[in-house]
Design a protein around this ligand. Sequence first.
Ligand SMILES: Nc1ncnc2c1ncn2[C@@H]1O[C@H](COP(=O)(O)OP(=O)(O)OP(=O)(O)O)[C@@H](O)[C@H]1O
Ligand SMILES: [Mg+2]
Length: 406
Amino acid sequence: MQTVSAAVASAITPPPLDLAVPFQRWLETPDFWYAGIPVIAVCQRKGGPGKTTLTRMLAEYLAIVLKLRVLLIDLDTQCGLSFLYLKMEMKDETGTIRPPVHPDYQAEGLRFSSADLWWTAAPVPYAATRLHGNFFIDILPGDKQLLQTAERRYREEQEREREKGGRGKNGLQVKIENRVLEFLTDCSDALKQRYDVVLMDTPAQESPITLSAWRAATHVLVPFVYEEQCVRGTRDMISRWTAENSMRPYERRLEILGIQPNLVKSRRKLHRLTYEKTVHRPGFQDHLSPIQIPDRGEFSERDTDDATPVSIFQLAPSNQARMIGEHFGAWVSRRLFNLPGKGLMLDIPEPSPLPKDVINPFLKPVRKRNNEKEDADDGADAEEVESTSVIKKAVARKRRVANAGA
Ligand SMILES: Nc1ncnc2c1ncn2[C@@H]1O[C@H](COP(=O)(O)OP(=O)(O)OP(=O)(O)O)[C@@H](O)[C@H]1O
Ligand SMILES: [Mg+2]
């Protein structure tokens, strides 16, 4: 497991907030921004569609399958992503969630978090310790209270502006929104030495912290569940994308990496109807991923402390959840890399072939079996089919052994 070198860490020290680089300087910088490193924000206004899960899945695909060096930035006050990779400290009585003391700064007792960006300190990423293996994932974890304080500061400024009769944003608000962008711009050379990709997990609700992720991102990935609230949330994401690009020069436009269906239950009427309504919908169809990630235990089981293996990409190559993850990772990576004149050129392995109706179970006509509920659960179905076939194989093996003995 890699540890963060103090030399690189000190190179990633951002300037104090008061010396923040103006947004204008970034707009005028002629070099390819962040020295060619893609910075992906995973955003969806609707809660629970799998932002954290897809951030993790993509990070592990990039790190394990493509062998890239990944930096995760957790901007969510709930710190879900940080809990996956680090032993976070949580105190129920005070509602505190904060990172552990950094292993390279034990003597000084220093902790670092993404919230440090707004508090002038130097955030130093952690090497993943909870879920780790032969792959390179570092994380700048969240800190609930500090992130909340940055948000509160922004809202206080907003209130002050309103009281003064101002309609726009004041200088401090703009600085808060530009902070992640400034940090990544300022340390882009150090970042380039240490990482190939940056992924940011964001909170569900609209917040200045989410805005700062939008401002800093080169790409946005939108997790999507086939339900009405999520359709509305995704429409909001598309409007925000248009608004963000209206502020940027063409060379630095924000790309939609994909609208990624997750928690798909193709036997559920609502999902099927919403799929049929959205698949050709203007705005959606250009970005909708063809891979339908089902609701399956293998994905959520990886969240537990004792999950073995740690990642879906370490399950058996024939495991369907792993194969689906590989198709998702390959689809995203083809939109991210190997573009003429831009960033990394990579050899993206062809994922093992899967039947068309596994990649897209909506292609399968729904046939009700005896005693089957109308809204049967795809994931459960798939798992049931797999476990039934495991049982059948075991019975067949026993019979063969018994026959051989007889
Ligand atoms: N494809 C999937 N199959 C099974 N479980 C899943 C899948 N995707 C996500 N989950 C589970 O659904 C729950 C919500 O997912 P997750 O935390 O990733 O959503 P989120 O968008 O980050 O939520 P929030 O808005 O609260 O940050 C988690 O328990 C996760 O393990
Ligand atoms: Mg989350």
